[in-house]
Write a protein that binds this ligand. Sequence first.
Ligand code: CP
Ligand code: NVA
Length: 306
Amino acid sequence: MRHFLTLKDYTKEEILEIIEIGLEIKNNLKKGIYKKELEMQTLGMIFEKSSTRTRVSFETGMFQLGGHALFLSNRDIHLGRGEPVKDTARVISSMTDMVMIRTFEHSMIEEFASYSSVPVINGLTDSFHPVQLLADYMTLVEHNKADNIVAAYVGDGNNMTHSWMMLAAKLGFELRIATPKGYEVDATILVDAQTIAKESGGKIITTNDPQIAVKNATVVTTDTWTSMGQEDEKEKRIKIFQGFIVDDVLMSHASSDTVFLHCLPAYRGLEVSEEIFEKHSKIIFDEAQNRLHAQKGLMVWLDRQK
Ligand code: CP
Ligand code: NVA
């Protein structure tokens, strides 16, 4: 049995296999072919933070695979009232076939997984958002942008950045990260990713200059400057992050066929301009929809490992 907590635990071949299964299910669906591979199975979905895409994609995906998903908000279950993680894990995993968790500290999901008798999927922690990267990579494949990737991430060194680092390290491509001083990525995760990248031929570069990052990049991406849980810092962050907006001026340093990805939700006028967002809206909303398809690939893959 496997968990899916970070891309660090996965080989390149496994990541590509998950994407391939997701694409196969997606293409079958277009032809009206449904395989109820997870019939009679249930997915417990624990949410300690808000979500639009993660909830809709996992719930819809599980239903389309013949199973059922349970939305478990920490406001409604005893976890939010202090029932220990290890007890919650043993109870929920005894009645479900898979569990997805969105939470704050990454150590919570690690503890849950260590007590869980079923696969646990990371639906976002403060440190990583690996299911988003499955969808992002699937989108690049479909848009013929998956060969010779040079990716640029501009903005806050956060869970999305860390997962981009792991994807680059595992698949072996170049990732340049531009953050303001003081908002850099986690130093330990950076060393980890750079060590893995040495073996794969990938390269992870950090800078405080967005123009250096986007120069000739094939993919530019960003994320909110204020992640969930950091709301009190919003005003301060808006001041510090000036100069890190992905707009026409910054994108002019990339190429004319550079694509722009955003995991959403997007805040126009902050991390991305209205013009750049709308110019790339087709690929951005393909990326959002691919959460559904990539995660179906993941759930089927995890089920096959049991
Ligand atoms: N990108 C993403 O995970 O979106 P939600 O927060 O809406 O789930
Ligand atoms: N970095 C963002 C991602 C949202 C999908 C957050 O953690 O809020």
